[in-house]
Design a protein around this ligand. Structure first.
Ligand SMILES: [Zn+2]
Length: 288
């Protein structure tokens, strides 16, 4: 595909997802790379915001072009305690743009309703695999499934940047967004803190108002219960191995064949619920 155009169905989704009153449409912007065009509404939002900041992780070269792993930080109003740091990662598989759209939508929503993020610093990574995203492939342009490369001395620049970021930010929680074209419903993986399952269950319940939950006993080859898998692939995007107090970790999967706007709505409902529930769990723990 050319560097200056997005596939029509993606372009439509982008235009439908941004808040029309606040943001220009993609067509009104000058020609840029597909990812820059896709994220330009978010950049415009950040330019005029006191809470949303845009700063990419770093740059790398592929096929003579420069790419960056974009990062946005949303600082919620003070919650009275320690700021809770959550990382949300999308499109580590380049052919799953639904998560990217969801983070664009989620950032607009936070900007309009900052109290949703009270007590939080939210680190949003809408395109973790920029070359795969541009090529519409699961793998990066180097041929690697980046979601099997973490903490295994990978030489992939995206993985190395994301690993340093995960070390540096010391997240309280990590959420990754995926779409699964083999699933008819929503499901997720949990890892890290024992709290993870107590967060995924209500997140699935909230998202289930939009799309069905996958209630099969085996999903993606793993044992599952009510759409929750207590396992995962080696090399998935995760926290630093062997931490004494790991963050909560949720990998949230939408049925990728469902309409894009419903997947976006399901992701946003899940993210909002995780923020509410984690704040609640933390306040209980602090009062014990
Ligand atoms: Zn995926």
């Amino acid at each position: 595909m050319s560097n200056s155009s997005l596939p029509a169905h993606i372009e439509e989704s982008v235009n439908a997802l941004v808040v029309p009153a606040l943001l220009p449409t993609v067509e009104s912007l000058p020609q840029r790379s597909p990812i820059e065009r896709l994220l330009s509404p978010l950049d415009q939002l950040a330019e005029n915001s006191e809470r949303l900041f845009s700063k990419s992780l770093g740059e790398f070269q592929s096929a003579g072009q420069t790419y960056r792993v974009p990062r946005y930080v949303f600082l919620g109003p003070d919650g009275g305690g320690n700021t809770i740091r959550i990382g949300v990662f999308a499109a580590i598989h380049g052919d799953e743009p639904e998560g990217t759209f969801a983070l664009t939508r989620f950032a607009s929503l936070l900007e309009a309703n900052p109290q949703l993020a009270q007590g939080y610093a939210l680190f949003l990574y809408p395109v973790c695999n920029p070359t795969g995203f541009e090529d519409l492939t699961r793998h990066s342009r180097s041929g690697k499934d980046l979601n099997r490369e973490f903490w295994s001395e990978s030489q992939e620049p995206e993985v190395r940047m994301l690993q340093s970021e995960i070390c540096l930010q010391a997240f309280d929680g990590i959420v990754t967004l995926h779409g699964d074209d083999t699933s008819d419903g929503l499901y997720g993986f949990v890892g890290g803190s024992v709290l993870s399952e107590s967060l995924l269950e209500p997140a699935l319940a909230a998202a289930e108002k939009v799309l069905p939950r996958n209630r099969n006993h085996v999903i993606d080859g793993f044992d599952a219960r009510r759409g929750i898998i207590n396992d995962g692939y080696r090399g998935m995007l995760k926290h630093v191995p062997n931490l004494p107090r790991p963050p909560f970790e949720i990998t949230f999967e939408t049925p990728q064949k469902a309409p894009v706007h419903l997947q976006v709505e399901a992701f946003v409902a899940a993210l909002k619920t995780i923020l509410v529930e984690y704040r609640h769990l933390i306040s209980i723990a602090q009062n014990m």
